[in-house]
Write a protein that binds this ligand. Structure first.
Ligand code: ZN
Length: 344
């Protein structure tokens, strides 16, 4: 049942209508940010198509067919394994995954072969093409052929957070279903009701995830708080304006190659803090903050800043991000960032 999934009521209605009319397209494109449940929706659609004890047009969720659908082994380690369709325990439901951000053309050829077969045990064959933005030109062209020749019992579901990165010829052959984040309050109450997180933890997770359930579930809040504390130290040093040594030490720590994996998450945390300061300056003390649990501390900081500073800082962080994409040296870029923020 689609109701087992949280949010995206419009996508649910679209999929239910397709099932009711018996017109589930041969090619679907599920588009929307990471963490919105696109893969879960795709598998729920696959269950509905093959369920042995449907409730209306939807999957029962408990028959052997439903149970096996979507049970995949964890992604393989070897490149060669990515050259073919990876099957779930249901013999009509498989997926294609990218290896090193590339969907291999051999995998699409295997998919093309499999698309020609009749269902082995159910009524429909369903294939998920995950991270479909990872189709290069060769793989895209192979897939186009498959999309043109698919049999009526085969359904391809392309899943992507970057639909614009797909070839227009691919997009135009798929019916697009769009996924959107939930309202933060809706996500918070989902987390509490399903005992995923309690009280304040649920609230902070929902805020940080900006309404994306998959992100909220995967967050480590202790890690986030530690990052945030480090970055708040930077903002406080910037606000005080007289602590260049502290700033350079912070830049050194952030830019240190040892902490490579921490770099972007910390930059994210810094940006969220500055955004909150900007909102406080703009809208006063009842501005809707992501770091709402630090409201008093941030409000004190906000009044100590020259007007316009947070906006300039946000632009600096964005500028740094663009430079990072072209492989600039992190250490010196971070030094430059903090020193120029100090002068803003
Ligand atoms: Zn079932």
């Amino acid at each position: 049942m689609f109701d087992r999934l949280v949010g995206n009521e419009r996508a649910k209605e679209t999929l239910r209508r397709m099932l009711r009319q018996g017109r589930v397209p041969g090619a679907l494109l599920f588009a929307g940010d990471e963490g919105l449940g696109k893969q879960l929706f795709a598998l729920e659609l696959a269950r509905a198509l093959n369920c042995r004890a449907r409730r209306g047009v939807e999957a029962c969720g408990v028959c052997p067919s439903c149970k096996r659908t979507g049970k995949f082994e964890s992604p393989p380690a070897e490149r060669d394994e990515y050259k073919k369709v990876l099957w779930s325990e249901h013999r009509d439901v498989g997926r294609v995954l990218p290896f090193n951000r590339n969907i291999l053309v051999d995998a699409v050829r295997d998919l093309e072969r499999e698309c020609n077969f009749r269902p082995a045990e159910g009524e429909a064959r369903v294939f998920l093409v995950e991270d479909a933005e990872s189709l290069n030109d060769a793989a895209s062209n192979a897939l186009l052929k498959t999309l043109e020749e698919a049999t009526p019992t085969t359904h391809l579901i392309l899943i992507t957070s970057r639909p614009a990165a797909l070839l227009p010829t691919i997009r135009s052959r798929c019916q697009t279903v769009r996924f959107a984040p939930l309202a933060v309050e809706e996500l918070e109450s989902y987390l509490v009701k399903n005992r995923k997180r309690a009280g304040e933890e649920a609230r902070l997770a929902a805020h940080l995830a900006a309404g994306r359930p998959g992100v909220a579930l995967g967050l480590n809040l202790d890690t986030y708080r530690a990052r945030r504390e480090a970055m708040l130290g930077v903002v406080e040093a910037l606000a005080a304006g007289d602590d260049r040594v502290r700033l350079l030490r912070a830049a050194e720590e952030l830019g240190d190659a040892k902490n490579k994996d921490e770099y972007e998450p910390r930059l994210d945390a810094l940006e969220l803090l500055i955004r909150d300061l900007w909102l406080l300056a703009l809208r006063g003390s009842d501005a809707p903050l992501v770091n709402y649990d630090l409201r008093d501390r941030l409000a004190r900081l906000a009044v100590s800043l020259r007007p316009g500073r947070p906006a300039l800082w946000l632009a600096r962080v964005e500028e740094l991000r663009t430079h990072l994409n072209v492989n600039v040296n992190r250490r010196s870029a971070t030094d430059a960032l903090f020193l120029s923020m100090a002068l803003d």
